[in-house]
Design a protein around this ligand. Structure first.
Ligand SMILES: *[C@@H]1O[C@H](CO)[C@@H](O)[C@H](O)[C@H]1NC(C)=O
Ligand SMILES: *[C@@H]1O[C@H](CO)[C@@H](O)[C@H](O)[C@H]1NC(C)=O
Ligand SMILES: CC(=O)N[C@H]1CO[C@H](CO)[C@@H](O)[C@@H]1O
Length: 507
């Protein structure tokens, strides 16, 4: 607490200004965004990857070159919102309709009921809190929804994805398609499926603009924007698709058009924040939720990294990430840092910036794992040179510690895509190789060998043993409750209570 207050003073002085109001924070978690699918990672530039607004933010910001996420969606989102490593909150991609009535604390998909969400902490610190876009962090009870986790308002969907034009997502309930679109505490009636001009990301943009325009800049803002883009289904308005008609491969064409659409949303959001006079005291944090899906139908590319979404290769877990905005000290702008940061660390970082204690008493009372978050602000603001995070326990089968990484078991997608992927000679799903790392594991030096081409397991047995032991230590605290099965209560609520929309179904 005291450290946090001191920190704010230092940040104020660094910028050459008196101590300011708490900064506004925009947290953007892009979906299925591949390493090669952003302009600033393309050298030489390519006319296929068009993200000028995002590239500008990076140019004026700090590139987080070693930022890690889980290898797929729901665990990354559960981790970001709870400040726990995925192995301590949720490492499964269950539908939000799961329920185990025997466990009222953890018998649900995603985040256990009794963990405190980051937005609750920010509210405690006096922030106005808003969520827009994908949730995928649970919906069983009202406590699991964005509102229950501390957001004043929310607008978005609960499942892994939905249709960009109808907002429908399966499974159907007795033959009826169910819409996944929720507004704070009620179904978003009247907005669903209203035609091709109502592209879902466009609906999200409208809400973002609404939040910003109604916001009183004297109150600090915490805005969590989780775009649907660039997750499947690959859908995008024609005017965007037509800009990329020169691309032969259909998946790649759609994917790049979608990323370009998102870049325009970012441009409009940043312009609105600037116009409102909020930019100079704002921190804009961006990450992908996992690496790009390079399997059939995904459309993404992680070149030159190995593998992609669903695997613990760097292409699955080392993700596009940066911070920008006027709150970032000037000396850090335009820089790139290679200290480790994990999605779990934003919880502690935001708490420190906001001046609240990150300790989760509610979770302690229910005997749940504590927050794993490091405060990254001293590192990001340039007060210290090294990241406090030395280990990335990526999953129960993979750990990074220092320069080394161990992977256990059979790992799919053991290969590399080229700069243009997928394409007609190298179609999506083309990386068929698997690597058999077995019980003892493969070992890579990811600093010297970021593309994971040289397995050191047999040449460095001592290092391998150290890594095996470290991973075992993390597994001793693995959190894996029985989350039950898809509950019939979910369909009952969708049909009878909400008029054809998904929503909370327990209580
Ligand atoms: C968990 O949270 C629920 C709902 O807020 C509460 O009623 C219950 O007492 C909590 N359980 C524990 C063990 O703290
Ligand atoms: C397809 O991808 C491969 C590997 O990335 C690349 O070598 C080849 O040039 C690409 N083909 C086309 C037609 O772009
Ligand atoms: C479930 C639901 O509310 N569906 C509505 C979606 O929008 C169309 C057109 O406005 C309505 O006819 C549906 O009832």
């Amino acid at each position: 607490m005291i450290a946090a207050v001191v920190l704010l003073c230092i940040a104020g002085l660094v910028a050459g200004q008196p101590v300011r109001q708490k900064p506004h924070i925009v947290l953007m978690l892009v979906d299925d965004w591949g390493w090669a699918n952003v302009g600033y990672h393309r050298n030489p530039p390519t006319r296929e990857v068009v993200t000028p607004n995002i590239d500008d933010l990076v140019k004026q910001g700090l590139e987080l070159d070693q930022h890690y996420a889980y290898k797929f969606c729901s665990p990354s989102r559960s981790c970001l919102m709870s400040g726990r490593l995925p192995i301590h909150v949720n490492d499964l991609n269950l539908a939000p309709t799961n329920y185990n009535p025997n466990d009222p604390v953890s018998g649900f998909s995603a985040i256990p009921r009794n963990m405190t969400g980051i937005a609750e902490k920010m509210k405690e610190a006096g922030y106005a809190t808003h969520q827009v876009g994908k949730w995928d962090a649970g919906m069983a009870t009202p406590d699991h929804t964005p509102k229950g986790r501390g957001f004043d308002t929310s607008f978005g969907y609960y499942h892994h994805d939905n249709d960009y034009y109808t907002e429908v997502v399966g499974p159907q309930c007795s033959g009826s398609p169910i819409v996944d679109l929720w507004d704070t505490d009620h179904p978003a009636h009247g907005i669903n499926g209203t035609g091709p001009d109502k592209y879902e990301e466009g609906l999200f943009k409208e809400r973002l603009m609404d939040v910003v325009s109604k916001h009183d800049p004297n109150t600090p803002l915490f805005l969590y924007y989780a775009p649907h883009i660039a997750h499947t289904p690959l859908q995008v308005p024609d005017d965007y698709l037509n800009k990329f008609s020169f691309i032969d491969d259909s998946d790649r064409k759609y994917y790049h058009a979608m990323v370009n659409y998102l870049d325009d949303v970012v441009g409009d959001l940043v312009a609105a924040l600037k116009q409102k006079g909020m930019w100079d005291n704002l921190l804009y944090v961006t990450s992908s939720d996992n690496g790009g899906p390079i399997y059939a139908g995904g459309g993404a590319n992680n070149y030159p990294l190995k593998g992609g979404k669903l695997t613990d290769w760097q292409g699955g877990i080392r993700v596009n990430a940066f911070v920008s905005g006027g709150y970032l000290p000037e000396k850090m702008r335009g820089q790139k840092t290679d200290g480790y940061v994990h999605l779990a660390d934003w919880y502690g970082t935001f708490c420190a910036i906001a001046g609240v204690d990150p300790t989760d008493e509610k979770a302690a009372k229910a005997k749940l794992p504590p927050v794993d978050s490091y405060n990254m602000w001293p590192f990001i603001s340039g007060e210290t040179d090294t990241s406090p995070r030395t280990d990335i326990p990526a999953s129960i089968n993979a750990l990074i510690s220092g320069d080394y990484k161990i992977l256990i078991g059979t790992v799919d997608q053991a290969g590399w895509t080229g700069p243009q992927y997928p394409n007609q000679t190298n179609p999506a799903g083309g990386i068929k190789a698997t690597e058999r790392c077995g019980e003892s594991g493969c070992l890579y030096n990811i600093k010297d060998d970021p593309e994971e081409r040289h397995n050191l397991a047999s040449s460095m047995p001592e290092q391998l043993k150290t890594m095996q032991e470290k991973l075992k230590k993390y597994l001793a605290t693995y959190f894996n409750p029985d989350r039950g099965h898809v509950s019939p209560l979910a369909c009952q609520a969708a049909v009878n209570k909400y008029g054809g929309f998904w929503g909370p179904f327990v209580e």
